[in-house]
Design a protein around this ligand. Sequence first.
Ligand SMILES: Cc1cc2nc3c(=O)[nH]c(=O)nc-3n(C[C@H](O)[C@H](O)[C@H](O)COP(=O)(O)OP(=O)(O)OC[C@H]3O[C@@H](n4cnc5c(N)ncnc54)[C@H](O)[C@@H]3O)c2cc1C
Length: 420
Amino acid sequence: MVSLANPEAVVVGAGAVGLCCACALAEAGLRAVVLERDRPGAGASWGNAGWVVPSHSVPLAEPSVLRRGLRWALDPHSPLYVPLRPDASLWKWLWQFRRSSTESHVRRAVPLLVRLQRRSVELYEQLAARAPDFGWRRAGSLSVFLEPAEYRAFLQELDLLRREGVAAEVLEGQAARAREPLLRREVTGAVYFPEDAHLDPARLVTGLMEWARQLGVEVRTRCHARLVRHGTSVAVELDDREVRPAAVVLAAGAWSALLLRSVGVRFPLLPAKGYSVTLPGRSTPQIPLMLSEARVAVTPLPDPEGPPRVRLAGTLELGVWSEELNPTRLSAIRRAASRYLELDPEGGEAWAGLRPCTPDGLPAVGRPRGLENLVVATGHGTLGISLAPVTGELVARVVAGEEPAELELLRPDRFGPRTG
Ligand SMILES: Cc1cc2nc3c(=O)[nH]c(=O)nc-3n(C[C@H](O)[C@H](O)[C@H](O)COP(=O)(O)OP(=O)(O)OC[C@H]3O[C@@H](n4cnc5c(N)ncnc54)[C@H](O)[C@@H]3O)c2cc1C
């Protein structure tokens, strides 16, 4: 068993990203320890929708979201809500988001995100063959529309994905209902993406924990880590000691920016709160559904020990740090489900989590300039489950001294110079 006296790599944060990094480092032969201040999966990685979706490779920062954003931002019932307040980090983030939301950014980001997500699908396939069952299914996903204008706009944007070879099957009206019998008659049309996959995120976290243990990784819970800078390197400070490993991997989700700041790196990362409701043993869709106008994801979660469940997940409240359950947001998600689906959305178990969001909708992976042993692995926003395995692989390559070409767009210092 690894001891904190001699780890070669310390990973801060036991969410999906941190655990995938630790497994990849251990597979590369390193002695790795994960430090988690609470319990594994305590952050965003537990109750999310569990989608792994090359079809969702358009970054959040894109021109049309700006147009919708103005309409949505101030409405607490809308899928995207920005509670405006005099907070410099919020305004700076919004300004950078606006600057990033361009056609040229989308043209650069889409091919990269498709490639990374496809690699994650391959890595999940390998994991599913070795680790405990985490509900991995490659059944595709269906994006569903009520409003003809939204549907038409989406069909036009499909070219972006098709250019990257993402297969998409257009299903108008009755054809959509034939594909998914739970859809209401009001549905205008849908697009089926056969390449997409999904999983049960809570079982992913527990499966990764077990797989990490088998690889010899030590996961320490209730262990709050702080970062301390010593010249060009970073140490990890715990209550009773300081550890100076060869590599420190920062995978603390939405909280990563605070830790980065403590070692003089400014990174514009904000939490974007989302909610889910998990309904027990009801009529379950055959495949994951995106209720597009409402931005609500519906995921069937097969349970080996009981009847299948269905999870409704959505909303994005930018800059909100609390994980408190807001009844207005939860009822907006339930209402959306009943507009699209023949399904009783009441009851079940509610959950909220904070997505770590960057202003350009791309994660931050790699070494910040000037700090030789720190590797950042955060900022995955709405794609942290999708991108966790490929992030682990990239982090292991960086720690081994490689400079993967994929990381050019993901540099942690891309928003400005390092300070301090
Ligand atoms: C409603 C909702 C639906 C979503 N659906 C999807 C989806 O379908 N597909 C998808 O790809 N993504 C989805 N996401 C996004 C995804 O959940 C996140 O991107 C992902 O979970 C982030 O993982 P992470 O490991 O980076 O962070 P987290 O899971 O938040 O983990 C960070 C961990 O670091 C720990 N930590 C923080 N500070 C410290 C410290 N100082 N010391 C030690 N530990 C620390 C925290 O306790 C936490 O456990 C969704 C998110 C939400 C909210």
